[in-house]
Write a protein that binds this ligand. Sequence first.
Ligand code: MN
Length: 228
Amino acid sequence: MKDTVFPPRPTPAIPVKGRAGFPVGRIFCVGRNYADHAAEMGYAVDREAPFYFTKSAHAVLLSGQDMSYPPRTADLHHEMELVVAIGRTAKDIAEVDAMDMVYGYGCGLDMTRRDLQAAAKEKRRPWDTGKDFDNAAIIAPLTPKADDAEIGDLVIRLDVNGETRQQATLSDMVWSIPEIIADLSTLYTLHPGDLIMTGTPAGVGPVVKGDVLRGTIGDFDPVETTII
Ligand code: MN
């Protein structure tokens, strides 16, 4: 096949400091990966296995752009998360090899139409309309992984209008980065360009038009947006 009936939709690319962009493949999201967030949502942490949902690459909004308040919701929530960027093909990867698959890290916001998600949960339906919608994955510029970098001590934090709403350390995650990559790679073949949003700490809550969100993890580039 040498042509397409219309030009393909461009692949979103996340800026990387001083380098070409990181083209996004799939976006995998980990559910309930901080015990205090699981508790605030009314769940105990399940140590049996992590679980996932996905967002389309076309849900990406680059940090620094405004987010239009999305349709069909009256309860748009912020979830501040560490984003792990995959740089190599990974299938059935052992935990001990998993960090070799990581290209880098970033700050991300898993924006959520909480009312639609709650309705889906109640009816035992999929979460897609609550989680995977236009501009629902706000991603900051990536920081390439340093060879021996240990990031567990980094503080993850989200401020709304200058007031801290979420704060934890990355080592609070129930499932570690290598555990997540190893497990995901038994469910899917991971490819360069895939992103993993690794779950959010406690403190999630609603945002309204005019709110200014700023999320940080250590000295990674912050994720920033204004709701309009
Ligand atoms: Mn999340």
